[in-house]
Design a protein around this ligand. Structure first.
Ligand SMILES: *Cc1c(COP(=O)(O)O)cnc(C)c1O
Length: 478
């Protein structure tokens, strides 16, 4: 670990570059940054070493296995980054006239069309900048739709107890009341509870399929019927489309609105706060409420922006995160329909392979049922027998050069660990992960105390996570 901050490495008078004496009269600034602020002075090699050391302390998918369930840390092809870095795209001004930005409009139109096809929806907006932002946008569209029909009593959004935390939060942000419903024995939607919850005040049900346990919700048609018969709509949380894309479409399962996370499924790395993109798709009856503007293709083949009098308005400055669209479009075009399907099949195969490899030691939710792109294990038994928690197992993986899986989510499973190996891992890596998890289990019953102190080889071992989030020290003071 590089213990010193860059300010503490200050070596007064050192310079990274030598600037020739100017052959024009020197300008005397009234305000000199270097004198006002105490910037550190370092040589070029010291700066390079400092930042390289810092970069080695971060763990990314380019460093190793990163099975973070729900959040999909899969490898993103470098080709897509190269395309998003092309100057013709990066240098374009957001206020450029439509006729000089035809290439960029073609990208936005082409991506929207591809996402319509993948989701089974009739219209798409690319504007939202994240999954939660997409949820907020989609729910606002649902609100506008009910209002547009003069149906102002629909104030409630039904959310199952297994939902991602952003679902109830977005519903509340969009002005709805949240109604929680429990899961049934198979951890799917409890149909009796759903029947009891729907009514004339139901705006929509928010759901993800596969469920948060990585299991396919087999009752989806019955669920759609119950909600639609009550006059409500179905919202699909498609943040993670990795198990189903190219195989089954939310639009065909009965959903009316969907958001996708381009930064989980379509080739944008994430973590660390963005940039992301959470496009929203919807059925025809809701299309006129989507954010303005959308890109249309004219009869002469040109592209332009289109506006709708009923739009809920803009949800992003300009058009959203354009360079993320480029990566997604490049990804979709390079894979093609066949490749998209195969990537989903690979995600499901890899998750089942890993699950089968460890399930005798770490029982998975759903038992022998096949999982989709991810699965959840419970470390309850391990905790009872050896005092080793899900946290200890996760932390121990760090010492083996692997990123921990998602911990303690979904909250309906005790001592939960949620694994999503993704389609971009090969068999050797999955075998290694199985061996590591077996070794950790072995350690649990031989020397459990080693695990409760893990990780032993990382820069930071066990920070107080609440304190680290709530009282960050972002300012350096001498
Ligand atoms: C990640 C995720 C979200 C939220 O997406 P953000 O881009 O982080 O706002 C919503 N739902 C599910 C299922 C997710 O995995």
């Amino acid at each position: 670990m590089s213990e010193k901050l860059i300010f503490e490495r200050n070596s007064h008078g050192a310079r990274a570059a030598t600037i020739r004496k100017p052959d024009v009269p020197e300008y005397e600034p009234s305000f000199a940054l270097r004198e006002t602020f105490d910037f550190p002075e370092l040589t070029e090699v010291a700066i390079v070493r400092h930042y390289t050391a810092l970069s080695r302390e971060a763990f990314g998918v380019d460093n190793g296995f990163y099975p973070l369930g729900s959040c999909t840390m899969k490898y993103n092809p470098k080709l897509d980054e190269e395309i998003a870095a092309l100057e013709g795209f990066t240098d374009i001004h957001p206020l450029a006239p439509e006729k000089s930005a035809q290439g960029s409009l073609a990208v936005m139109y082409g991506l929207s069309e591809a996402l319509k096809e993948i989701t089974g929806m009739d219209a798409v907006t690319l504007q939202p900048a994240a999954g939660a932002h997409g949820e907020y946008t989609g729910l606002s569209v649902i609100g506008a739709y009910h209002k547009g029909r003069g149906d102002t009593a629909r104030k409630k959004i039904i959310v199952p107890d297994s939902a991602h935390g952003t679902n109830p939060a977005s519903a509340a942000m969009a002005g709805f009341e949240v109604v929680n419903i429990p899961s049934d024995e198979e951890k799917g939607v409890d149909l009796a509870a759903l029947r009891a919850a729907v009514g004339a005040d139901t705006a929509a049900l928010m759901l993800t399929n596969p469920t948060t346990l990585g299991l396919f919700e087999k009752n989806i048609e019955a669920i759609a019927d119950i909600v639609h018969s009550a006059g409500g709509l179905l919202y699909y949380d498609g943040a993670n489309l990795n198990a189903v894309m190219g195989i089954v479409r939310p639009g065909d399962m009965g959903f009316d609105v969907v958001h996708l996370n381009l930064h989980k499924t379509f080739s944008t790395p994430h973590g660390g706060g963005g940039p992301g993109s959470g496009p929203v798709g919807c059925k025809r009856a809701l299309a006129k409420y989507l954010p303005d503007p959308r890109v249309i293709k004219n009869a002469d083949g040109s592209y332009s922006f289109a506006y709708s009098a009923d739009s809920i308005g803009k949800v992003s400055s300009f058009y959203g995160n354009f360079l993320v669209y480029l990566k997604a479009y490049a990804y979709i075009l390079t894979l093609g329909a066949e490749g998209i399907r195969r990537s989903a099949e690979g995600a499901v195969l890899n998750a089942n392979y890993l699950k089968a490899g460890i399930s005798d030691l770490y029982p998975a939710e759903g038992g022998a049922r096949h999982c989709m792109h991810e699965f959840v294990i419970s470390c309850s038994r391990m905790k009872e027998e050896y005092g080793v928690s899900a946290m200890d197992v996760a932390k121990a993986m760090i010492d083996y050069g692997m990123h921990p899986p998602t911990m303690y989510f979904p909250t309906i499973v005790h001592e939960a660990l949620m694994f999503e190996p993704t389609e971009t891992e090969d068999k050797a890596t999955l075998d290694e992960a199985v061996a590591v998890l077996k070794a950790i289990y072995e350690t649990a019953h031989t020397s459990a105390e080693t695990l409760t102190g893990a990780p032993h080889n990382a820069a930071i071992s066990r920070p107080d996570e609440v304190l680290a989030a709530k009282s960050q020290k972002l300012r350096w003071k001498k």
